[in-house]
Design a protein around this ligand. Structure first.
Ligand SMILES: Cc1cc2nc3c(=O)[nH]c(=O)nc-3n(C[C@H](O)[C@H](O)[C@H](O)COP(=O)(O)O)c2cc1C
Length: 191
C-alpha cells in the first residue's frame, strides 16, 4: 500500500527558487516506492487570504477554494514543506494555507526542506513547528536544511544538492515513513 505524501512548495513570489529545490528533492523521492507523491505548489493553488467566516474546526466552509483545499489535505497521510526563510520566519503564504484548515492536518507527520543563507532556513522551521503542533501535526526532527543554497545552483539554473544533503533527505524520509505508518494506524482507531 502506498502512502499519500503531499509536497508543499511554500514560496510564491516571481523569481522564487523553491521549485528548483523541489525538483532536486522530488528526484530523491522517486526512489521511495512507499509514497505516492503529489506536489502542492501554493502559487498554483493560489488561496486568497483566509476568507472563511467560521473557525475551521467547524468545517462549515463557504468557499469552493476552501472545500477543494480541505479535500486535498484530508487525503494526505504525510507532508513535506519546502520553505525559505523570510525575515527569520516562514512565508505568510504557508501560514495562510495552514490556517484555512484544522482537522485535515491532525495526526499527520511533516518533514521540512528549508533553504537560506547562513541559517539554512532553520529559524523558519523552528517557527513553523509552533503552528503545526497546534494543528496536531507531528514535525520531524530529521530535516534537510540547505545553507547558502544559491551556491548549489549551477549555470543552467539547476539546484544540485551535495552528498550530505542527500543523506539528510534519505534519513528524513526513512523517519517520515515510520511516522506515516504509525499515525495512519492511529487515525484509523479514532472513535
Ligand atoms: C522577504 C524576504 C526575506 C528574507 N529573509 C531571509 C532570512 O531571514 N534568512 C535567510 O536566510 N534568507 C532570507 N531571504 C533570502 C532568501 O533566502 C532568498 O531570497 C530565497 O531565494 C527565498 O526563497 P524563494 O526564492 O523560494 O522565495 C529573504 C528573502 C526575502 C524575499
Amino acid at each position: 500500500m502506498k502512502y499519500q505524501l503531499k509536497v508543499i512548495i511554500a514560496s510564491t513570489r516571481p523569481g522564487r527558487k523553491g521549485p528548483l529545490i523541489a525538483h532536486w528533492f522530488l528526484d530523491i523521492l522517486k526512489q521511495h516506492s512507499d509514497f505516492e507523491v503529489e506536489v502542492l505548489d501554493l502559487k498554483e493553488i493560489n488561496l486568497p487570504f483566509l476568507d472563511e467566516p467560521e473557525h475551521p474546526r467547524l468545517q462549515n466552509y463557504k468557499h469552493g477554494h476552501t472545500k477543494k483545499w480541505s479535500g486535498i489535505i484530508n487525503s494526505a497521510d504525510s507532508f513535506i514543506f519546502i520553505t525559505p526563510e523570510y525575515n527569520f520566519g516562514y512565508p505568510a503564504t504557508l501560514k495562510n494555507a495552514l490556517d484555512y484548515l484544522f482537522h485535515e492536518w491532525q495526526e499527520k507527520p511533516v518533514g521540512f526542506v528549508s533553504y537560506g543563507g547562513v541559517s539554512a532556513g532553520t529559524r523558519a522551521v523552528q517557527a513553523i513547528k509552533q503552528t503545526v503542533t497546534t494543528l496536531g501535526m507531528v514535525p520531524l526532527m530529521q530535516a534537510v536544511n540547505i545553507p547558502f543554497f544559491t551556491q548549489l545552483i549551477n549555470e543552467d539554473g539547476v539546484f544540485e544538492g551535495n552528498a550530505n544533503l542527500e543523506k539528510s533527505a534519505r534519513s528524513m524520509l526513512k523517519q517520515l515513513l515510520r511516522w506515516t505508518k504509525a499515525l495512519k494506524e492511529m487515525r484509523g482507531k479514532r472513535e
